[in-house]
Design a protein around this ligand. Structure first.
Ligand code: FES
Length: 136
């Protein structure tokens, strides 16, 4: 079945740094504006299916090493991570890849902007997306 497009909201309502959870058919999808780029994932953690898209978003902590590879400090980078609220698995918000094991990823959902509207493409959708609360 070809994916269908579902209108979510005008792009003007989706400001940089914002997140929107929508239900498309049986699937909950998290859409994120990351520095002006839109990314979307199924709201199921690759670990045990937790509601990862409802998790905290943090700047990635990067350890500073000296020439002997010893940790001498650290800082937050501009990369943003999404932290699953169930057991703390972390994912790169822009790519969906797990930080500890990049071979593991969130399932991406295609999101497009056309004529000022944000759309998601989904196979199983049977109705218009509806917004769901970002936190339970
Ligand atoms: S279900 Fe997400 S970390 Fe376990």
């Amino acid at each position: 079945m070809d994916p269908r497009e579902y209108a979510v909201c005008p792009i003007t309502e989706f400001t940089e740094g914002s997140r929107l959870l929508v239900r498309v058919g049986d699937e909950e999808v998290g859409i994120f504006n990351v520095g002006g780029r839109l990314v979307a994932y199924q709201n199921r953690c690759a670990h045990q299916g937790g509601p990862v898209c409802r998790g905290r978003i943090l700047g990635r902590w990067v350890e500073d090493l000296n020439s002997a590879k010893e940790v001498v400090g650290g800082h937050h980078s501009s990369d943003m991570d999404l932290v699953c609220p169930w057991h703390g698995w972390e994912y790169d918000l822009l790519t969906g890849r797990n930080i500890a094991d990049p071979s593991i990823s969130l399932k991406a959902v295609e999101v497009v902007v056309r004529d000022g509207m944000v759309y998601v493409r989904a196979d199983s959708a049977t109705r218009t997306p509806e917004a769901v609360p970002a936190h339970e």
